[in-house]
Design a protein around this ligand. Structure first.
Ligand SMILES: [Zn+2]
Length: 251
């Protein structure tokens, strides 16, 4: 099992770790700051720094799958092509420093929190989500058109309000009692441990209602002000029943 340090503290740029397994897929560590692809959010990239200072380039991060194709609690760091010489130096039990490409991860965090703001602005179920370092998209199950200018004004207002973003948890039972908490039709909250991780975005001044509260395993900024200049670049009619909102960084 890989201890997922990013779930409690998404701001950690690196950690010390021990190699627990080496496979064709890559390097498994006992603990990591690298987020594995999931919930629509891309896997992290960065470096594993060896004792002599050499840097093994990591292109992607994934959950290890079992023989049935189900995700396990192990996280594998996928090396970039051409890293064979450094990989050959690695052994089980060896200590490394896992260091994120923090600039890329911070873009992913800004986009991911922005998608939660969109969930506040568009009160419709989500049926698709993709968050990369260059763009994010959210598909809403709806038939009415969406107005780009209205969404951009709404995003700018929520970013300017500098609302705290916090990690919490609800029990499986609380989630069953409040099915409206789950806004995504495409990503199911991770059940089974009795607790489901939630992301809470504080209420606007003068309101008692949280801007957003939903189960989510992704990495987020700590305050909406940290999102900065993220804008809606495109709205597409994906199908009769679906509207796609694409986010990008303002030039
Ligand atoms: Zn999320």
């Amino acid at each position: 099992m890989t201890q997922d340090l990013f779930r409690q503290d998404a701001t950690l740029p690196e950690c010390r770790a021990t190699v627990t397994a080496l496979s064709e897929a890559g390097v498994v560590l006992d603990r990591t700051v690298f987020y594995p692809l999931g919930g629509g959010q891309a896997g992290d990239s960065g470096w594993l720094v060896l004792a002599d200072g050499s840097e093994l380039l990591i292109a992607d991060t994934r959950k290890v799958k079992d023989e049935q194709g189900q995700p396990t609690a192990d996280i594998v760091h996928v090396p970039a092509p051409g890293q064979e010489a450094l990989l050959a130096q690695l052994q089980r039990g060896q200590g490394v420093t896992a260091r994120l490409d923090w600039a890329r991860r911070h873009r992913l965090m800004r986009f991911h929190t922005s998608t939660h703001l969109l969930c506040h602005l568009v009160a419709q179920p989500v049926n698709g989500c993709s968050i990369t370092a260059d763009a994010a998209r959210l598909d809403f199950h709806m038939t009415e058109p969406l107005d780009k200018d209205v969404l951009n004004a709404g995003l700018a207002r929520l970013v300017a309000a500098a609302l705290p973003v916090t990690v919490g948890a609800v029990s499986d039972a609380e989630l069953d009692a409040n099915p409206a908490l789950v806004k995504s039709m495409s990503v199911q909250p991770p059940r089974g441990s009795g607790q489901v991780r939630t992301i809470h975005i504080a209420a606007l001044p003068g309101s008692d209602l949280a801007v957003d509260l939903q189960p989510c395993g992704g990495t987020h900024v700590a305050n909406t002000a940290e999102i900065g200049a993220v804008v809606v670049t495109k709205i597409e009619k994906k199908s009769a029943q679906s509207r796609r909102v694409v986010l990008g960084f303002a030039a």
